[in-house]
Design a binder for this molecule. Structure first.
Ligand code: HEM
Length: 195
């Protein structure tokens, strides 16, 4: 199967993932802002529930042995534990462990791209948390930058994903995975913030 014109016109895998999911990203971004998660601590608590469900559902992928062989250090990138730390810091009850998503290794790359990329936009969200008087280690740790900076870890992740060899079907699966991940985030947002 030949890769589509869109996928071929972008030079690297992550650029192709970005090109294929930009519309999904922007709709998720709009939905997050429409949910006004930083208006007060109660709404921020709901946002933490969204993050708990999304990042929690990916934990098995971050811990997957095969994926860690292909993307060394992957297991250390999950922000799920930081989300739980944030919930505890705000005295919020921890929800049950979310159901784990189960996808092919190539689809998993798309899901992980979506999850890791959300760290970049988190710079903006982290600033918003300051309006709630939250410090990085008191309720907003999962949005805080890594001590080495956000860009370094993202560049390293991108280099690893771009360096993998995939066939055309797997390339398409990775794209489908990224789109499914944004879809999942949207669904969770709508469920947690019903109004
Ligand atoms: C209000 C919410 C959000 C805002 C304002 C936002 C904003 C941004 C911005 C400004 C960037 C580009 C940063 C840069 O290039 O330095 C970015 C990248 C990204 N964001 Fe978001 N974002 C939001 C939510 C999310 C969510 C919820 C997800 C995933 C579930 C997500 C996934 C991504 C991905 C995958 C990238 C990387 C795109 C690429 O360069 O390949 N974002 N975001």
């Amino acid at each position: 199967m030949l890769a589509s014109a869109t996928t071929l016109s972008e030079p690297s895998r992550c650029k192709r993932l970005k090109a294929a999911s930009t519309r999904d990203h922007d709709s998720v971004d709009e939905l997050v802002m429409a949910a006004r998660p930083f208006d007060d601590r109660e709404r921020y608590g709901l946002f933490l529930q969204v993050q708990h469900r999304f990042h929690g559902s990916l934990l098995a992928l971050y811990r997957d042995e095969q994926l860690n062989q292909r993307l060394p250090g992957l297991v250390q990138l999950s922000r799920f534990e930081a989300v739980e730390t944030d919930m505890r810091a705000l005295d919020l009850a921890l929800p049950p462990m979310p159901k784990q998503i189960s996808v092919s290794p190539a689809q998993a790359l798309g899901w992980l791209y979506c999850s890791e990329g959300s760290n970049l936009g988190a710079a903006f969200l982290f600033k918003q948390t300051q309006r709630l008087g939250l410090e990085g280690d008191q309720g907003a740790q999962h949005l805080a930058p890594h001590p080495d900076g956000r860009a370094l870890h993202w560049r390293e992740f991108v280099a690893k994903v771009d360096g993998l060899t995939l066939d055309a079907d797997e390339e398409a699966e990775a794209i489908a995975g990224a789109i499914a991940a944004f879809d999942s985030y949207r669904t969770i947002l709508r469920e947690v913030f019903p109004d």
